[in-house]
Design a protein around this ligand. Structure first.
Ligand SMILES: [Zn+2]
Length: 73
C-alpha cells in the first residue's frame, strides 16, 4: 500500500472560489460557505480556502443573514 501524504499547509492554499487566483488566507467549512455565498467553489473536501476578498464576501453574506434574522423578530 502506498502511503499518501496529505499536504496541509496553512496559508499555502489557493482560494477555492471559482475562477479566483488569489492566495487563500482562511480555511472554512465548505458547507457553511456554500450555503452563504453567491459564488461557487472549486475543489472538494470539507474545508475550503478563501482569499481575503472572498472571505470578506462570506462574512458579509453571513452578517446579512443574521441581520435579516434579527429584523424578523
Ligand atoms: Zn478568492
Amino acid at each position: 500500500m502506498a502511503s499518501r501524504k496529505s499536504i496541509k499547509r496553512e496559508g499555502g492554499a489557493k482560494c477555492e472560489a471559482a475562477g479566483c487566483e488569489n492566495e487563500g488566507s482562511r480555511s472554512l467549512s465548505r458547507k457553511k460557505v456554500e450555503s452563504s455565498v453567491e459564488f461557487s467553489l472549486d475543489g472538494e473536501g470539507k474545508k475550503v480556502s478563501l482569499c481575503k476578498d472572498h472571505y470578506r464576501k462570506f462574512k458579509k453574506a453571513t452578517k446579512e443573514e443574521r441581520k435579516l434574522d434579527s429584523l424578523g423578530r
